[in-house]
Design a protein around this ligand. Structure first.
Ligand code: ZN
Ligand code: ZN
Length: 156
């Protein structure tokens, strides 16, 4: 693996990052989780890949594998309508039940709401019509409080 032709791909030490590594997470899962957390908006796989150029990562599989592991652990969620990822904002950071997301179209902020009552309701609905749901996540699109207030001001 010691290729001398590739320039500057020596692994960087990340000692400056103060957080202790999470048990069971690989190096790349840690790195991707940090990047998703640091992103102000939901991060696409492409966004993550771009940030990882400095790590010597230029091919998507590393990113997708890491994301898959994080998704399986419930540490990140995929926002289907944005094709992007957010860190789990639920009170229980290892929940696996479906969540609801309020997504701001203006600033991209995503708020996670996890209400078991909603999930139970969806389960009852789908059972009634004999529908076998493989996803019960709800994505609510609109404007966050700040953007709604800004728009109300601009309309005056
Ligand atoms: Zn969550
Ligand atoms: Zn907003």
């Amino acid at each position: 693996m010691a290729s001398k032709s590739k320039a500057a791909v020596a692994p960087k030490t990340t000692a400056k990052r103060g957080r202790p590594p999470r048990a069971g997470l690989s190096h790349w899962q840690e790195r991707v989780l940090d990047l998703v957390r640091a992103s102000a908006e939901p991060a696409s796989a492409y966004d993550i890949l771009r940030e990882m150029k400095d790590d010597g990562i230029t091919a998507p599989p590393v990113v997708y594998r890491a994301l898959k592991g994080l998704l399986d652990r419930g540490l990140v969620h995929r926002i289907e309508s944005l094709n992007a990822y957010v860190v789990c904002g639920g009170p229980d950071h290892h929940h696996h039940q479906p969540a609801q997301f309020a997504i701001c179209r203006d600033c991209g902020r995503v708020e996670e709401i996890t209400d078991p009552a909603v999930d139970q309701l969806i389960e009852a609905w789908t059972q009634r019509i004999g529908f076998v749901a493989d996803s019960r996540t709800i994505e609510i699109l609109g404007r966050c409080r700040d953007c709604a207030a800004r728009q109300a001001l601009a309309a005056d």
